[in-house]
Structure formats: structure tokens, C-alpha cells
Design a protein around this ligand. Structure first.
Ligand SMILES: Cc1cc2nc3c(=O)[nH]c(=O)nc-3n(C[C@H](O)[C@H](O)[C@H](O)COP(=O)(O)OP(=O)(O)OC[C@H]3O[C@@H](n4cnc5c(N)ncnc54)[C@H](O)[C@@H]3O)c2cc1C
Length: 352
């Protein structure tokens, strides 16, 4: 009975285009939004359709202009005081209204804390399927136009590609760092559509009383530099050195899974297949062997420096710069050099 009923559902034919929901906080967009616009552009071109973006917030027109510069053809802008801070109800309500109006066939959201919350709420309200936390997203060319949303499954041993054949839009969240943003082109032209926000403050159940930033928050996703450590660091004290180097370089500390499992550092720092995917400008891998499960999470970095005492360590195959040596000698030398440069910089500023 249930099987027969599922087959009766008609695939809506009036949905077209790819919609990316842009995430911003305080007017600052998350880089995953631009990465999704990059992948959305590739998918939209493959389908011969338009790429749309939805920007929600208060006083965020600049973000909408940025979305055009990163590849959107049309940007829906919902700008209203009720959207100043993220709350599930007004954001989901507004996004659903835009989806009902714009009728995209595909809708992609970043798999951040906010994006995961929002995407689930939207999918429920528009009664469609959602593939969460994807590491690959592609599309079958017309006529099927099916979204191929892939993610690790079965304890990360398999990749599963999930299809949503009968509902529209086809929805997915994608992990930060897995796709590459297009270069920002401020001269790009696009259409800006202002959308009214119809939900009123009195209708919203949640109030944000205070916003407290977690001082220990790790932001690997947007860090320009990541100094990552593996079992070669020898223990938690080894990671103290990495913290200092990361601080001097204006970056964050990353780690391999065994270092996390050993309790040397918190799981929020883990990079790789079961951790985060990152794309910093500079990735310094210290005492990391270069297992494939780690490399998939960092190979998109612009410049990779690897320090390992084993000249045959696989990490050197993906490294742009190789340093064969003991991390306990090399990292302190890098810290010293970074401190010297910081001092020279401060003196230059003081001299004017
Ligand atoms: C399903 C699954 C999912 C996984 N997911 C992840 C994941 O998300 N992220 C992840 O990182 N791993 C993951 N792993 C584990 C992965 O397979 C590797 O075991 C792990 O990446 C290796 O960590 P490592 O490089 O720190 O340790 P090791 O492989 O032990 O390497 C240590 C390296 O340090 C070098 N070294 C030692 N001492 C020094 C020194 N003093 N100076 C310089 N170099 C030194 C050694 O030569 C060696 O190359 C996963 C595994 C499975 C099965």
C-alpha cells in the first residue's frame, strides 16, 4: 500500500534553477556560501538554467552584491530587523516563501550549525527530501536533472549517492571546504529582487537575549592558515608549540584523528574524512603521515608545507614544500622566525 502510494506522486515540472541559501552573521558571509555558489554555477550551467541566491538578514545588501560577484544570476534579498540574528522560525518562514515563489529545482545550504538547522526546517515545511552533510554534489544532465548528493555512509566506509526523485526542490547541505568558490568578480551583473518579510516579531517564539562568543571556538573553515599536528607531535605538549605558531601566523590548529582519539586535542580540530574539510591559503602538516583519510580533508589547501622525519612519508606527495626533520627542532625554529618577523613589523609600524 505504502509502496504503491509513493509511486503515485507526480514530480513537479514547474521547478527550475538552482538556489543557494547564503549564510551571513553580522554582514559577514560564511565562505561555504561562496563555495556553494561556485558548485551551484557549475550545476546550473550543466542544466542550462539560472543560479539564484537567497540572502537573509538586516542591512545585508552588500552581501547580496557579493553573491552576484561570486556567480549568482539572481539574488533574493530579505532584509528586515526580524532577521537581524539567526532564528529558525523567521529564517525558515522567509526561505519557504521565496522557494514557493522562485520554485527552484535544487536548493543547497552550507552544512554549518546554522545551515543544518535551517535546511531541516525548510525541507519539512516544503515537504521535500534533504541529503545532509554532502561531500560531493553533482547533477544528471537533462532530461532527468536529478541531483546526485553524495555523502559517507555505513560508518564512513562507503559513499552513498542519494536521489530525490519525486519532490522539488531537491535539497542538500554540503560541508564547508569541499567545493571551490569562483574568483570574486565585482564587475559581474545580476538581478537583485527584494522580498518582503511577512513574519512579525510577535509571531516568533524565540528571542535572542544575549550573544556570547565562545572563546575556545575553532574556526577552521575560514582560517587563512592552519598548523596541523599528528602523532609525530608526541603528546599534548607538542600541540602547545603548534598553538603558538598558529597564533603568530594568524591561524588555527588542526589535528589528525589519532591525535584527537589520544585526547591530545579536542575533536573540533579534526581534519579529514570524519572531521572537517579545509581550504586555507597555507597548511602546515607537522608529524602527519598523510593517510588518505586525512589528505581528503586538506588537499584543497593553496600551499601545503609538510614536516616529517620520514623522507618517504606519503604526506610529501601532496606537499608543495617538504621539510625532512624532527618537528621538535623545526617548529621552534619556525616560531622564532615568526616572532622575529612580527617584531620587525611592529617596529616598522612604530617608525611610521
Ligand atoms: C573510516 C576511517 C576514517 C578516518 N578518518 C580520519 C580523519 O578524518 N582524519 C584523520 O586524520 N585520520 C582519519 N583516519 C585515520 C587515518 O587512517 C590515519 O590513521 C591517520 O590520519 C594517521 O594519523 P597521523 O598521521 O597523526 O599518525 P601516523 O600515521 O602514526 O603518522 C605519524 C607521522 O609522524 C611522523 N613523525 C613521528 N615522529 C616525528 C617527529 N619527531 N618529527 C617529525 N615527524 C615525526 C612519522 O614519520 C609519521 O609519518 C580514519 C580512518 C578510518 C579507517
Amino acid at each position: 500500500m505504502a509502496k504503491g502510494k509513493a509511486q503515485e506522486v507526480q514530480v513537479p515540472t514547474d521547478h527550475e534553477g538552482v538556489l543557494i541559501i547564503v549564510e551571513q552573521h553580522g554582514g559577514q558571509a560564511k565562505s561555504v556560501s561562496w563555495q556553494l555558489l561556485g558548485q551551484g554555477r557549475r550545476i546550473a550551467d550543466k542544466l542550462g538554467t539560472r543560479l539564484m541566491a537567497l540572502v537573509m538578514g538586516h542591512q545585508v545588501e552588500e552581501v547580496a552584491q557579493e553573491a552576484i560577484a561570486y556567480g549568482a544570476d539572481v539574488v533574493y534579498l530579505a532584509d528586515d530587523p526580524v532577521l537581524e540574528q539567526y532564528r529558525t522560525q523567521p529564517y525558515a518562514h522567509t526561505a519557504v516563501e521565496v522557494i514557493r515563489e522562485a520554485k527552484p529545482e535544487i536548493c543547497l545550504v552550507g552544512a554549518t550549525y546554522t545551515g543544518r538547522d535551517l535546511a531541516g526546517a525548510i525541507a519539512t515545511l516544503v515537504e521535500t527530501g534533504l541529503t545532509a552533510d554532502c561531500t560531493q554534489i553533482d547533477v544528471e544532465p537533462p532530461p532527468s536533472r536529478l541531483l546526485l548528493a553524495s555523502r559517507p555512509a555505513m560508518g564512513e566506509k562507503l559513499m552513498a549517492t542519494i536521489l530525490c526523485k519525486q519532490r522539488r526542490p531537491q535539497m542538500a547541505t554540503a560541508r564547508p571546504g569541499v567545493f571551490e568558490a569562483l574568483p570574486k568578480d565585482p564587475s559581474r551583473q545580476g538581478e537583485l529582487v527584494r522580498v518582503p518579510v511577512t513574519i512579525r516579531e510577535e509571531e516568533i517564539a524565540a528571542r535572542v537575549l544575549e550573544f556570547i562568543r565562545d572563546p575556545n571556538r575553532v574556526n577552521l573553515e575560514d582560517a587563512p592558515v592552519i598548523v596541523a599536528g599528528g602523532m609525530g607531535m608526541g603528546g599534548p605538549e607538542g600541540f602547545e608549540m603548534l598553538r603558538e605558531l598558529a597564533r603568530l601566523l594568524g591561524g588555527e590548529v588542526g589535528a589528525t584523528r589519532p591525535a584527537v582519539d589520544a585526547g591530545w586535542i579536542d575533536r573540533a580540530h579534526q581534519i579529514g574524512q570524519t572531521g572537517q574539510t579545509v581550504r586555507p591559503k597555507l597548511y602546515i602538516a607537522c608529524g602527519i603521515s598523510g593517510a588518505v583519510q586525512h589528505v581528503v580533508g586538506m588537499e584543497g589547501s593553496q600551499v601545503i608545507v609538510a614536516i616529517n622525519q620520514d623522507p618517504d612519508a606519503p604526506i610529501f606527495q601532496v606537499a608543495d614544500y617538504r621539510i625532512v626533520g624532527d618537528v621538535h627542532q623545526i617548529v621552534p625554529a619556525l616560531i622564532e622566525e615568526a616572532r622575529r618577523r612580527a617584531l620587525v613589523g611592529e617596529e616598522a609600524v612604530a617608525r611610521g
